[in-house]
Design a protein around this ligand. Structure first.
Ligand SMILES: NC(=O)c1ccc[n+]([C@@H]2O[C@H](COP(=O)([O-])OP(=O)(O)OC[C@H]3O[C@@H](n4cnc5c(N)ncnc54)[C@H](O)[C@@H]3O)[C@@H](O)[C@H]2O)c1
Length: 389
């Protein structure tokens, strides 16, 4: 009888099948031998599998997390494997900035970034020898694309792989946002009016998942083409004010700042629940809402739930103060293991391509090369549909 439950990290590693096979290959080929990789990505069980794969490829790793998502057991597992992990879980931007500075001070040869934090920090303290790297997210691409002239390095944007778009952003973010909404609130979705801000890949998944959970879903998007798409997909797509005023739940997932602000307080229904699934905790301006003259008080609950009590008696509930809900709160699991295995296999192969020089500075903030997408898709499908003996 097994008397000690295997750690979740082991369960995750077991099911990251693509990373496991890349890791076995990297132990022979050592694509990162003698190189330091600086990483700034959510530290949770799936990223442990990615970082250890890079370590198996010969890299020395200097790693930090993102705001509010660092999981202590992931940090402990990495440190036990000899990975240098800088910092502790934090919601404090300045503290996070110091951790990023320490990663850059280690003068990594390659950077694995999430949200553009490390490349932006590098531009303030640049050094010779950085070969380039990868950026994981939409938000990071939006931040780094205007900086191409200063970066002048190969930087492959994992987010812009079609595989990342449909496997993670659409399907997995939809599922994990729904799972996290239920985990945080324990509230019903059936028959509730849910308004989703943003109908990109993530928003499409969130809208579809809540529809699947029998919610009535409305979509708001500033892009009329995306709004039309939502309408033709069968979602209500009324003007913004109408969508806010009718909502029992509002979820932002746009990559933009100030999507919901204190100016929207007069529109919100009594009892509305606000949550953000976008990368940065800037989509809902929670602090300005809480500091508004319309707010008489606030109640804090366990598990990072908060209620703003308005002077007119309405109550506005906020999940995790607007931090990305699927990696926050009690027992956060994030996106499905398989979706992250696909995205992280892209990461490993893209970093390998930058390390071996098969992409150059003309590939600055560009999508994953098609040959890498095809190889990862083939590898995943070969495991699902093995050739007949
Ligand atoms: N929670 C997660 O696990 C997870 C995973 C991947 C990406 N993300 C993040 O989710 C966010 C969205 O990613 P995406 O890939 O869907 O981006 P996207 O660029 O494909 O779509 C964003 C959509 O939001 C719309 N939009 C922008 N500003 C808006 C506003 N003020 N109001 C309404 N709509 C607005 C845009 O027009 C666009 O259609 C990003 O921050 C991304 O980094 C989160």
């Amino acid at each position: 009888m097994i008397d000690v439950a295997p750690a979740r990290i082991d369960w995750v590693a077991e099911h990251c099948r693509l990373l496991r096979s890349i890791s076995a290959e990297f132990k022979d080929t050592l694509p990162f031998r003698g190189l330091t990789i600086g990483t700034g990505i959510h530290l949770e069980a799936k990223t442990v599998a990615l970082l250890l794969t890079l370590r198996d490829g010969g890299a020395r790793l200097v790693s930090t997390g993102n705001l509010n998502t660092t999981q202590p057991d992931a940090v402990a597992a990495l440190r036990a494997e000899g990975v240098v992990v800088i910092g502790e879980p934090t919601k404090d931007r300045e503290e996070h900035g110091r951790y990023l500075g320490e990663v850059i001070a280690a003068r990594p040869d390659l950077i694995l970034d999430n949200g553009g934090d490390l490349f932006a920090t590098y531009l303030d303290a640049s050094y010779d020898g950085l070969r380039g790297g990868t950026e994981e997210t939409t938000s990071g691409r939006m931040r780094l694309a205007p900086l191409r002239d200063r970066l002048k390095l190969p930087i492959l944007v994992i987010n812009d792989s079609p595989i990342k778009q449909f496997a993670e952003n659409e399907h997995a973010v939809g599922q994990s946002t729904l799972e996290s909404y239920l985990r945080f609130t324990n509230r019903v979705t059936n028959g509730e009016q849910v308004t989703v801000f943003g109908y990109g890949a993530c928003g499409r998944g969130v809208a579809a998942s809540f529809r699947g959970a029998c919610a009535r879903v409305t979509v708001v998007d500033t892009d009329p083409v995306a709004r039309l798409r939502a309408h033709l997909d069968g979602f209500a797509a009324p003007p913004r004010e109408e969508a806010i005023a009718s909502a029992d739940v509002i979820i932002t997932v746009t990559g933009a700042r100030d999507v919901l602000t204190a100016a929207d307080l007069p529109l919100l229904r009594d009892g509305v629940i606000l949550a953000n699934a976008g990368h940065f905790p800037a989509e809902i301006d929670v602090e300005a809402m809480a500091g508004s003259a319309a707010v008489a008080g606030r109640r804090e609950y366990a598990d990072d739930l908060m209620t703003l009590e308005l002077t007119d008696g309405r109550r506005i509930h906020v999940i995790s103060r607007g931090h990305m809900l699927n990696l926050a709160g009690p027992r956060p699991l994030g996106n499905s293991i398989e979706s992250m295995d696909l995205g992280f296999a892209l990461q490993a192969r893209c970093l390998e391509a930058v390390a071996n020089g098969s992409v150059d500075a003309s590939s600055c903030v560009v999508p994953v090369p098609g040959r890498i997408d095809a190889a990862i898709a083939t590898s995943y499908l070969d495991r699902k549909y093995p050739a007949a003996p």
